[in-house]
Design a binder for this molecule. Structure first.
Ligand code: PMP
Length: 358
């Protein structure tokens, strides 16, 4: 049976997430405060009035118009997808041929490398070691892209799972000098002080990816979007399945944008404040180092085996975090998504007990 499967796929490890029983979910960089209840009521009422028998909007013009206004761009520059994962897939499907070269600084979100391999590309991973605080090795990225005439460079900023925000000047240099399509994944942009939208005016090889799954507390509803120049948006759209969004997700996304300033901005500010509280609290504990983060999660390196710490948190307090110690360069590391203030306190307290500081 396997003879039908492409060698690239046979050689791949599947992207999986092991199920665990937990009380506090701090493993997927979600918004712990959830989608606001009053907005849920608005979404449910609108969806109840819609005709479920009919296909949703084909062009999603209302949502794309709202996103264009929200992001200060034109509607024709916006593509909406079933999570930003779909738009990573669409972008790579529209660009990569078998044997093409892709450059990805690692450690980063593993889906890019996985999908690039699905499309038969050679993936060049550029290491970002912990000793450099995971800074973007911009010269190596550009040099590798030029040498292999790479078709795509993927930059995730703030980067998952390190939390690193790349220097904007470095990102711009990659756009200017790599000769590749530069996919900038901004899934965590709302937690950072950077905005790459202006690059779209200066470079025609840039695609920005954004999502409702993190700051907008809609991981369960699967809405992401891409912003690029109009010509590229038209071409990428050809590789997309019709009706990527269902009317429920479309409605929840619209309502979220309509209430962004009143409902989501305060949650984002609270999470950023939690981050600034959590990092020094972690660093005050013995046997670990928490890195700076521009996202809604914190990466930490432990002196003791990471797996032991991961399991102790789960067994003692039901806290589920992400074991990233198997990622390239991340032996000994765990990633902690910000929880509610109570959850973050519980995390620090439990870690203190585990590490013998309590
Ligand atoms: N990009 C990055 C960097 C992510 O961390 C994630 C989610 N873990 C995604 C994209 C996918 O997000 P979604 O498909 O939910 O929009």
């Amino acid at each position: 049976m396997k003879r039908f499967i492409k060698p690239d796929i046979l050689a791949m490890q599947a992207y999986t997430l092991k199920p665990y029983t937990y009380r506090h979910k701090m493993n997927q960089n979600e918004n712990p405060f959830g989608y606001p209840e009053d907005l849920k009521a608005i979404v449910l009422e609108r969806v109840a009035q819609a005709d479920w028998a009919r296909y949703p909007s084909f062009t999603l013009d209302t949502l794309r118009e709202a996103l264009a206004a929200h992001n200060g761009v034109r509607r024709e520059m916006v593509l909406v997808g079933n999570g930003s994962n779909e738009l990573i897939y669409v972008t790579l499907a529209a660009t990569l041929r078998t044997g093409d070269h892709v450059v990805i600084p690692v450690p980063t979100f593993s889906v890019y490398g996985l999908l690039a391999r699905v499309f038969g590309a050679h993936v060049h991973e550029i290491p970002m070691p912990p000793e450099t605080n995971f800074a973007l090795p911009v010269d190596a990225v550009i040099e590798t892209a030029q040498r292999h005439q790479a078709r795509v460079v993927v930059l995730c900023t703030p980067n998952n799972p390190t939390g690193t925000a790349y220097a904007p000047a470095d990102v711009e240099r990659v756009a200017a000098e790599s000769g590749a399509l530069v996919l900038i994944d901004e899934a965590y942009r709302e937690f950072a002080d950077q905005d790459f939208t202006p690059l779209l005016e200066r470079y025609d090889n840039v695609v920005l990816l954004r999502t409702f799954s993190k700051a907008m507390a809609m991981g369960g509803l699967r809405v992401g979007y891409a912003i690029t120049n109009e010509a590229l948006a038209r071409e990428l759209h050809k590789a997309q399945l019709p009706y990527a969004l269902n009317l429920f997700s479309e409605t929840a996304a619209l309502v979220a944008i309509e209430h962004f300033e009143s409902h989501f901005r305060p949650l984002i500010e609270r999470l950023k404040a939690e981050r600034e509280r959590l990092i020094p609290a972690l660093n005050a504990l013995p046997g670990l180092h928490a890195y700076p983060s521009a996202a809604n999660f914190v990466l930490a390196r432990f002196d003791r085996p990471a797996r032991e710490i991961f399991e102790a948190l789960l067994n003692r307090a039901g806290i589920l975090i992400r074991d990233v110690s198997g990622y390239p360069l991340l032996a000994g590391h765990l990633r902690i998504s910000l929880g509610t203030p109570e959850e973050n306190d519980l995390l620090v307290q439990t870690l203190a007990e585990i590490l013998g500081a309590a």
